[in-house]
Design a protein around this ligand. Structure first.
Ligand code: CA
Length: 230
């Protein structure tokens, strides 16, 4: 899952980045509205964490701009991109204003990182169109909150990247995702991505979870079939 942090306080941005990367999220951080807009135009993000007080304006302007963006237009962000506002402003009027502009959720600083992660998981669930917190596929059960995977009831150890890759494929069941689509969701700009990084993770997932789970479409990408493979 790829996260954009829009925050001008370098300490908060670094803390968020470290915490989220530890959980397997790919994180990019911007300190201004201009940089954030440029990032949103060049990459697809699963969640935007948005500060309101930024050096070149109010985060609400960026949010309004995202929501006004047309659907499926190259070079413009998806207008439905989940946005969670992080701000020191705790006035009711500010909160209402943020939600009316189209924010999906709101946290007042200082916030608890566990609460932030739980809210992000809820947003990701909603944007993937599922209300159930577990992903179940045949004998496989993934619990994103507990960061746990069970195969036929037995826990399977996955690295954060393997976990993130499996989650992406499970959430897009039946749809082929290209290596490039997977890379942009798994890595940020600073990550040095080896040309076969995704293949290596797929290889490890197959070894741990069974060869038939993830299918290859040669020259196109990978997918998990919609039907129960068992
Ligand atoms: Ca700020």
């Amino acid at each position: 899952m790829r996260i954009l942090v829009v925050e001008d306080d370098a300490g908060i941005a670094a803390g968020l980045r470290a915490n989220l990367q530890q959980r397997g999220y790919a994180v990019d951080a911007c300190g201004t509205l201009d940089a954030a807009w440029a990032a949103l135009r060049s990459e697809t993000f699963d969640v935007v964490l948005l500060d309101l007080g930024l050096p070149d304006g109010d985060g609400g302007q960026l949010l309004a701009r995202i929501r006004r963006s047309p659907y499926a237009k190259d070079g413009l962000p998806d207008p439905l991109t989940p946005v969670l506002i992080l701000t020191a402003r705790d006035q009711v009027a500010d909160r209402i204003c943020g939600l009316d502009l189209g924010a999906d959720d709101y946290l007042v600083k200082p916030f608890d990182l566990d609460e932030l992660q739980a809210r992000m998981r809820a947003l990701l669930r909603r944007s993937a169109g599922r209300a159930h917190p577990l992903l179940v596929h045949g004998e496989l059960v993934m619990d994103p909150a507990a960061h746990a995977v069970l195969r036929a009831g037995t826990p399977v150890e996955l690295t954060p990247r393997e976990f993130a890759l499996l989650q992406l494929l499970l959430e897009s069941r039946g749809r082929v995702l290209s290596r490039q689509q997977l890379e942009t969701r798994l890595y940020n700009w600073q990550d040095a991505v080896g040309s076969n990084a995704v293949e290596v993770h797929v290889h490890h997932l197959r070894r741990k979870l069974g060869e038939s789970l993830i299918q290859t479409v040669r020259g196109v990408g990978y997918f998990i079939p919609r039907d129960d493979p068992a």
